[in-house]
Structure formats: structure tokens, C-alpha cells
Ligand binder design. Structure first.
Ligand SMILES: O=P(O)(O)OC[C@H]1O[C@H](O)[C@H](O)[C@@H](O)[C@@H]1O
Length: 677
């Protein structure tokens, strides 16, 4: 690769040389070339001035300050990143002032995603940094509309166009594909969706892809558009910000191998930043010359779900209408999930008369579509009871999550939904391992193990949980269910896809089978034995530093707490590994021989005292989406959460003056007043 323009940028990858020369007219001036990498996997970069003299390299980072190295002809600069530094962009600036400059070559020896940019202005760099900051774990999320106090619009049409183009190029690089790639795009009903999807189509076309518009869609349907015959797109994008307010939007990326992980998305954002900055002035979005075909994929996806129910219920009397006689309430929260009532359940004979908020409305006027939302669950419960329904279903906006309400009106989400799905999965696959995030109760682990399963506690973030399950299966550990307490549930039998509709399909099939087997009990009876924790609480501490430093600041705090616990400075606290899980120790504390790349720092500690033995746990982590630290606690004794919180606040937070750049008010108040706070 070579570059001679003063504003271009190129990424360089594993053992790949990046070379640039100066144009004679520029060589009399000082010229900056910046090399930076935002990934966690960077190991070493070597820069060699092949024919040059008088080249200076300036290395900058917050911890080591500034280091200047002068190059002689042929000399090399080796740059090593420590794991700690690699969580934030680190810059090396190379500049020269003389006319003797010819060529510099950089070699990223064991890394991907190192990025070299020859840029003139700080302005562009800040714009590029903004694009990179749109990454939220394995998704892209941003503010698409004005209206939130203190929030600037950062997910602009130009940014979306660059991201879509970058994704198209990324897929093309990974797939050796003859002819243009075929990429589909669906969206939830957010009011920013129409404009942003035009921008995305333009980006896809800029990358040389053929684009297909699914229109209103669910996230799992977008993935299935890469799988189901007669569509089988090479890749897909879902435009959604899930349960976030109507002002936000975002992108999720898929290929037929599944959803992209954080590292992939980081690469895409890096490249998008380069694309964005390579345009001198952001072009206006125009659909002129962009060819997009509209496709009715949701009809086919709904038919796919209907067929699964018909085949698996295999009703002896009415095969095509196995749900005759069942009343089911669907609450789609005005998101994308209304199709499930109309195109799946109604057509299979169910009575969905008590359903709520089925019509899409991008302002979400009734409540946030989210199975964790209290209003969503309460209104669904009320409708289930009013209509004497057998089941209530709550979808999140893009239907990758769901929760249910049983026939008695009991909400089944969080641990209870994991328990229900575990019961179903373990009846089909006894001995299966079940992966969840580590905010589940000790009682849930007992519930799973008492039914023959193994419980693997892993990192928060649905992609982390799913990827852990994929990894375990590869290692020969049979793992059929991966589920987060947020309601993301993925099954091995369904391509490890977190599909809220598929999960509900499994529950409905179980409900009908129970009836066919002569049981009058509803699905709630399957989890009767699950005990509830005595206390459970979640607190947040906002990070008050500049947004650019927030991630690093969060990581520092969490790592400091880990050291504190390891050094035994919090009496009765011990870092948890995998709970009762037999799977190789260390998932939670990431001391595996080959720890997976992490997108946020998190640990869980088990807590005990002499009187009660182990009575609770504390889970502390960086938020995936926002500059804050989340603290979850559960206790099996009264006031246990308060006493753990007091220990955390007094012995750790205050003793280390962390309250200077963290908003610790929630923690302080809970430490003082407990649940009366
Ligand atoms: O970090 P937070 O803000 O609590 O969000 C964390 C959650 O965000 C989204 O809902 C993701 O889908 C979940 O997988 C993740 O657990």
C-alpha cells in the first residue's frame, strides 16, 4: 500500500507493510503522519525509515507521556502496547522538516486494525474519533435526532453511509465472492429510519454491493435473510437501537456465520472513520443512481416460524391450526413485533384478541418496547388476566429479546425466563451446559444443576454469552442454550441466533404439548421450584470525566477493585470464577489460558461472613452503552445488599477517593439507607 496525498488514510493489518512517500512539493514542509490503533489485540508495531534521515517519531500516551525518537537511515522504532494501554487509541506521530525525506514503512507485526492516517487537521481527526465512538460492543449505536438534553446528533446520514460502505468492503474482503455482494437491510419503526436507511443503501452501493430493502423487520429476520433459500444474501444490516429512546438509532451486522463480534465491528468503525475523513466535505445523501430492490422477506420469515410450530406440535387433529383454542396476548410495544400476532399466531388458529401495541410507531407512544420494562410487563399481565389468556408475550423493539407472562399473570423474564428455557432445553438435551451472564441468582444455578444441566456464568453482553456457547461447543462441551438476563436467548438448534420470536415459538410448542399430554397446568408450573433471591439491586455510578477518557477510567476503577479483592482488603470477598460450573475455571475472571478479547471490564465477587456463610455476590462492570459503571448485588439474607454496598463504598470507593470523578450518589445513598433509599 502506498499513499502520497496529505489527507488520505489506510489501515494496515497483520504483517502488512504500509509505505508512503512525499510529494516533492510537500517535502519542504513539516508533514504529519499519524498512526493509531484502537483495538485490544495490538502487540507490536515496527516503523522503519527506509531511505530517510531527519525523521522524528513522537509517541504519546497518557501514562508514559511523550517520547521522541530520531530516525537515522534504516533505523527502526518498535512500539509495544501494554494490554492496559490498548483499550484506548494511542498515537504515534511521525514528522519531518527537511527535503531529504523519501519513504517510511510501517509493519504491524502481530496485529490487525492498526491504522495510518496522513491528515492535515485536528478537525478531521475528531470527526474520525466520533465515528469510532459509535461502536457499542458488537453494535453501532448513536443519537440520530435532536431532543435529548446534552446529547449531540452523532449518527448522521453521512456517518451511516460510511459505516455501510465500510461493512460492504469488510464483507467483500472476508468472502471470496464472484460478482457483486448481495446485502439486505431491515429496520425498526424509528422515525429516523427512512433517512438513515437511504444513507446506508448509498454506502452499500458505494462499496459495489447490490442492496435489498426488507423494510420494517426484526433483527433475527435480517440474519435469517442470509440463510433462507431463495434469499440467502451474503450479508445483512438491521437498523435499530433496540429499547433505547426514539431519538437513538444504530446498526447490527450479520453474515451467514452470525452476528459480528466487537472486534469485527471495531474494524468496521475504523474503516468507516477513514472513509468519512477521506471525503473532503461530507456529500449530501442522494438516492440518485442507487439501485435498491424491495423484498417481502418478513412474509417468508413468518411462514418459516409457522412451519416450525406446525411440524413440532404435529397436532393429531388439526395440523395446520395447532393453536386453535389458545388465547395469546402479544405486546409488541409499537416496535417490529406485531407481525408475530398477525402473521404467525392468527394464522395458526390462536385468538390474539387481547394483544397490545401491534402497530409500528417510531415514537413508541405507550411504553418502551422491552421485556425488562415494568410498564410493558404490567400492561401485558393486565391484558392476560382480563382476557383469560394462556400466555402473554412481550417483545423488545427489534424482537431479538422477549419475555412472557403465564396464565396466572406472573411475569417470566430475567432468571425466570432462563429457568423456563432451561427446563425445555434440558428435557431435550439432558446434561447440556447453559451459558448465562453472571448476574443470575445462586438459586438459578441450583435449578439448572438439579435438572442435570451445567451452568456456565459468563460476561454480560449478549454477544459475549453467545460466543462463549459457540466456543464451548467447539471444544466439545455440548451447550444448547445461551441466555442473558436481559432476555437475549440463543439456541444451538437455531444457529446460535438470539431470536425473541424463536424463543417464544419454543415456549408455545411446549405449552401445546403439555395440553396434548393431558396437563391443565400452564407453562408457569415448569418453574415453580425456582427460588427468588431475598434481595437484588442494581446501582450505577456515572463516570464524570471527558467522554473520551470514560472507558479507560471505568476500566481503571474495575481493575483496582479486582486487585483490592485479590489482596484480601475487603473482608469476606473473594473473586468468583464459574460458580458451580464445572467448565474450566476462570470465565468470569478471564484467567483462561486463552482469554477471549473483551469489550468491557467486569468481575463478580462472592461474599460471606461467619454467621451466614456465602450470602451474596457483587458484580461490577463497565456499561456496554454508556459512560457508567454498573453494580449488581444479590443476597440471600435481609440487609445483605446494604452491608455489601457499605463495604464497597467505605473501604474501597471512599478510601481511594474515587468519588472525585465518579458520581457515587446512588451507592452512597444505598449504603446508608438500603432499600429505604
Ligand atoms: O451496559 P448496559 O447499559 O447495562 O447495557 C447492557 C445490555 O445492553 C443491551 O441491552 C444488550 O443487548 C445487552 O446484551 C447488554 O447486556
Amino acid at each position: 500500500m502506498s499513499s502520497s496525498s496529505s489527507s488520505s488514510s489506510t489501515s494496515t493489518s497483520l504483517r502488512c507493510n504500509y509505505t508512503w512517500t512525499t510529494r516533492p512539493s510537500l517535502s519542504a514542509h513539516r508533514r504529519d503522519v499519524k498512526i493509531f490503533w484502537p483495538t485490544g489485540d495490538f502487540r507490536q508495531l515496527s516503523i522503519k525509515a527506509t531511505e530517510a534521515s531527519n525523521i522524528l517519531a513522537k509517541e504519546e500516551d497518557d501514562n508514559n507521556g511523550v517520547k521522541i525518537t530520531r530516525f537515522q537511515n534504516g533505523s527502526r522504532l518498535h512500539v509495544l502496547s501494554s494490554p492496559f494501554l490498548s483499550i484506548r487509541p494511542r498515537r504515534i506521530q511521525i514528522f519531518q522538516r527537511s527535503k531529504t525525506f523519501r519513504m517510511v514503512s510501517t509493519e504491524a507485526t502481530t496485529t490487525s486494525s492498526v491504522y495510518a492516517k496522513e491528515a492535515k487537521g485536528e478537525e478531521k481527526e475528531e470527526a474520525a474519533a466520533k465515528i469510532r465512538r459509535l461502536q457499542n460492543g458488537s453494535d453501532v449505536r448513536g443519537v440520530a435526532l435532536e431532543g435529548e438534553e446534552g446529547k449531540e446528533v452523532d449518527l448522521t446520514p453521512q456517518a451511516v453511509r460510511a459505516l455501510a460502505e465500510s461493512f460492504g468492503l469488510w464483507v467483500a474482503e472476508k468472502q471470496d465472492h464472484p460478482g457483486p455482494l448481495r446485502v439486505s437491510l431491515g429496520r425498526d419503526p424509528r422515525i429516523s429510519g427512512a433517512e438513515l436507511s437511504s444513507a446506508a443503501f448509498e454506502g452499500l452501493c458505494d462499496a459495489g454491493c447490490e442492496a435489498f430493502d426488507i423494510g420494517l423487520a426484526t433483527t433475527p429476520a435480517c440474519f435469517m435473510s442470509t440463510i433462507l433459500p431463495s434469499f440467502s444474501y451474503d450479508a445483512s444490516i438491521m437498523m435499530t437501537a433496540s429499547h433505547l429512546p426514539f431519538t437513538r438509532n444504530g446498526l447490527k451486522f450479520f453474515t451467514a456465520d452470525g452476528g459480528l463480534n466487537s472486534k469485527d465491528v471495531e474494524e468496521i468503525c475504523d474503516k468507516a472513520a477513514a472513509i468519512y475523513c477521506s471525503n473532503e466535505k461530507p456529500r449530501a445523501i442522494s438516492t440518485v443512481g442507487v439501485r435498491v430492490s424491495s423484498v417481502d422477506f418478513m412474509r417468508v420469515y413468518a411462514e418459516h416460524l409457522r412451519n416450525i410450530i406446525k411440524e413440532r406440535v404435529n397436532h393429531p387433529l388439526h395440523y395446520d391450526t395447532p393453536l386453535l383454542g389458545f388465547k395469546i396476548v402479544v405486546n409488541a410495544g409499537n416496535g417490529s413485533g406485531g407481525f408475530f400476532a398477525r402473521e404467525v399466531l392468527d394464522k395458526l388458529g390462536a385468538d390474539t384478541g387481547g394483544s397490545l401495541n401491534l402497530d409500528p410507531d417510531g415514537m413508541f407512544p405507550n411504553h418502551i418496547p422491552n421485556p425488562e420494562d415494568k410498564v410493558a410487563m404490567a400492561t401485558t399481565k393486565a391484558s392476560v388476566l382480563r382476557h383469560h389468556a394462556h400466555l402473554g408475550i412481550v417483545f423488545d423493539t427489534d424482537v431479538d429479546r422477549s419475555g412472557v407472562v403465564d396464565e396466572k399473570g406472573n411475569p417470566i423474564n430475567g432468571d425466570r425466563l432462563i429457568a423456563l428455557m432451561s427446563t425445555i432445553v434440558l428435557s431435550q438435551h439432558p446434561d447440556s451446559t447453559i451459558v448465562t451472564d453472571a448476574r443470575t441468582s445462586i438459586a438459578l444455578t441450583r435449578f439448572i444443576t438439579s435438572r442435570g444441566g451445567n451452568h456456565c456464568l459468563y460476561r454480560v453482553g449478549y454477544r459475549n454469552v453467545i460466543d462463549k456457547g459457540v466456543q464451548l461447543n467447539r471444544a466439545g462441551v455440548e451447550t444448547h442454550l445461551m441466555m442473558e438476563t436481559t432476555g437475549h436467548g440463543a439456541l444451538k438448534e437455531n444457529r446460535f441466533l438470539d431470536d425473541g420470536a424463536y424463543m417464544v415459538v419454543k415456549i408455545i410448542i411446549e405449552m401445546v404439548r403439555m395440553r396434548l399430554a393431558g396437563s391443565n397446568e400452564g407453562i408457569g408450573s415448569l418453574i415453580q421450584e425456582l427460588e427468588e433471591p431475598t434481595e437484588s439491586v442494581e446501582l450505577r455510578m456515572n463516570i464524570l470525566t471527558h467522554p473520551q477518557q470514560a472507558k479507560e477510567r471505568g476500566a481503571q476503577t474495575i481493575e483496582a477493585l479486582r486487585r483490592f479483592i485479590e489482596e484480601g482488603r475487603l473482608e469476606g470477598w473473594e473473586l468468583d470464577s464459574c460458580g458451580d460450573c464445572w467448565v474450566s475455571e476462570g470465565c468470569l475472571v478471564d484467567t483462561n489460558d486463552e482469554p477471549t478479547a473483551i469489550d468491557a471490564h467486569m468481575y463478580r465477587a462472592k461474599v460471606w461472613d461467619e454467621e451466614n456463610g456465602q450470602y451474596g455476590w457483587v458484580h461490577i462492570r463497565q456499561s456496554v452503552h454508556n459512560p457508567n459503571i454498573a453494580i449488581n448485588m444479590q443476597s440471600s439474607i435481609n440487609s445483605g445488599c446494604q452491608s455489601m454496598c457499605r463495604m464497597l463504598f467505605e473501604r474501597f470507593i471512599r478510601a481511594n477517593s474515587l468519588d472525585e470523578d465518579l458520581d457515587t450518589s446512588q451507592v452512597e445513598s444505598f449504603a446508608r439507607k438500603g432499600f429505604h433509599a
